[in-house]
Every structure is written in C-alpha cells, then in structure tokens.
Design a protein around this ligand. Structure first.
Ligand SMILES: [Fe+2]
Length: 317
C-alpha cells in the first residue's frame, strides 16, 4: 500500500513547497482536428480572455526563486497543462525537468490535464517520474491509467505524502473532479494503516475537498465521502489548487481540525491580493515529543520587479 519510503538524516524543519495551476498552454501548436471536441471551447476562451489572465513566462521566473529557496520536497496540485494536449504534456515535462527530479517533486493531475480523453502514451506517460512516488522505476510498463497510480503514498522521514487524482474528463462547461469509489476505499485503508504512527500526513489533490470554495460546476463530486474518511481517520494537512485563489480553511479530524490550503495559480496575472501568482512553503517542525507544527510562508510574484518575494507568514500549531 505504501509505495516508497526514504529516510532523513537531520532534524531540521521539513520544507514542503506547494505549486499549482500553471496552465502551460501551447496555442500556436494546436491542430484544427484536435479542437473537434470540448477543447474548441477552451481554445476559444484562451484566445479571447484567458491569455490575458495567465502568463507562462512566470513558470520560468519561478524556477530561479524555487532553487534559491531549496525546498526538501514539492507537491504540484494539477492543471499543469491547459487543454491536455500532447504538445502541452511534452513541453510541461521539459519545464518539470528544469524544476527538479521525480525524487524531489510529486504531482497530481487536474481537470485541465484530462480535458478530453487522450491516450496514455501521448499524455501522462511524459510525467511518469513525477506521478510515481519516489520515482520508483519498477512496473512502469504495467501502468496505463491514473487509476493504476493513485492514491500514491510516499514517506520521507516523518512526512507522509498521499496524492489523490480527481482528474476525469467531464462534459462541456463542467470542471468537476471525482475521486471515485475505488480510490476512496484505498485512501481509507492507507489512513487506517498510518494511524498511530509518528507521521505528519499530508494529502494533496487538485479540487478543493471542502464545500463552498468553488461553484457546483467546478466541485469535487464525492467530497462528502472524502470528508467522512478524514473525520474518521484524520490527516494533518490538505493542499489543493483549482480555485485560482488563496484558500485557508480546515476539516474535522478525530484530533480536532486539520488546515486546508488552496494555492492560487502560479502563472496568474490577476492583481487581486488573493489571486496573485504565488507559491507556498510549508515549514513542518517536529519537537522531541513527536508533536508537529507548521509555519506557512507565501512567495508572491511582484510584476514591477518580475520576481517572487516573500510577503506574509501564517503560523499554525
Ligand atoms: Fe482546475
């Protein structure tokens, strides 16, 4: 059930980076025949409006800032591509390689990455090292769908990273996500297995699992079942994207509550404070008695300087 375990030699706080919703579009490489489906709407919206709201060049600026900070591990919560096109998967894989290796980065897909059904060999195969926990090399050939991979579980020191896929093609005008019965059953078994262990359990997924964050047409369809599982077995931190704004909320756990952070799009051009391009660093510390605390730092894009800078701090004990 647990796919990969690695040990950490030191007791420094663990720096967990969170990046989301890059929407790395390649409008110049689209063939007309690739637009004979839902993509036509997405492509038209990009040409008319969306290109004014996202700037892929911020993804390259992010790389410098990212390497200066030097997180211990990074999660990316989906919508790396915009129309889920093979050319977007290929170019986003090149960007990912500049950011880091599969051992340093874990990725879950978003609804835009499954905009329409695309064969595995033309899509997610390019991200394999980032989808598989710890970049485990065995069994690649047997994997042909996201269902074969998720939930993903990786344990780094005392941090347990549980990735969930909400990425399923949905009908025109919908941007919903679904975990599905099988993935939820596996999640329940994983959390049951991790109970009582000295681990800080981080769950990361694309769609917000709490109600009221996004409209119904963009929601996680089985959020209620997910929340029931968390209420029963607990977790320590939930990270998501999709809302394209900063979200800070919480979910009920057997121990009380766990914080939920939604990251804005890291390539956003929106100047509003909660929608500005930003990424997070969650500094997770453990005391000698095994109690964990989080200190969250936010690095926000400054358009006038064309760089990311630290803007605020959020402490959670
Ligand atoms: Fe999304």
């Amino acid at each position: 059930m647990i796919d990969h375990i690695s040990h950490r030699a030191d007791s420094r706080p663990f720096l967990l980076a969170h990046i989301s919703d890059l929407h790395l579009a390649e409008p110049g490489k689209v063939h007309f025949r690739q637009l004979m489906n839902k993509r036509f709407l997405g492509y038209t919206r990009w040409k008319l409006i969306r290109h004014l709201r996202q700037d892929s060049s911020l993804a390259d600026i992010l790389i410098n800032d990212f390497h200066n900070v030097g997180p211990d591990h990074t999660v990316i919560t989906g919508d790396i591509t915009h129309l889920g096109l093979p050319c977007e998967f290929r170019s986003s894989a090149q960007w990912l390689h500049k950011l880091g290796t599969g051992k340093e980065i874990s990725l879950v897909p978003g609804n835009h990455d499954s905009y329409v059904f695309e064969p595995w060999q033309k899509s997610f195969i390019y991200w394999m090292e980032y989808l598989l926990p710890g970049n485990t090399s065995s069994g690649h050939a047997a994997l042909h769908s996201l269902n074969d991979i998720f939930p993903s579980v990786e344990i780094i020191g005392h941090i347990a990273l549980i990735g969930l896929s909400t990425s399923v093609p949905c009908s025109l005008r919908l941007a919903t996500g679904t975990l599905g019965y099988s993935q939820l059953k596996k999640l329940e078994a994983i959390l049951k297995q991790l109970q009582g262990q000295r681990l800080f359990r981080v769950i990361f997924l694309h769609h917000p699992p709490v109600h009221g964050v996004v409209k119904k047409r963009k929601c996680l369809t089985d959020a209620d079942r997910f929340l029931e599982i968390i209420k029963k077995y607990g977790c320590d931190l939930i990270l998501h994207g999709h809302a394209h704004r900063e979200v800070k909320t919480s979910v009920k756990t057997p121990q009380g509550t766990a914080p939920v952070f939604g990251a804005p799009s890291v390539t956003s051009l929106d100047p509003r404070p909660d929608k500005r391009a930003a990424w997070y660093i969650h500094e997770i510390s453990e005391d000698k008695d095994g109690f964990f605390s989080i200190n969250t730092r936010k690095r926000v894009f400054m358009p006038e300087k064309r760089e990311f800078q630290e803007l605020s701090q959020e402490k959670k004990m």
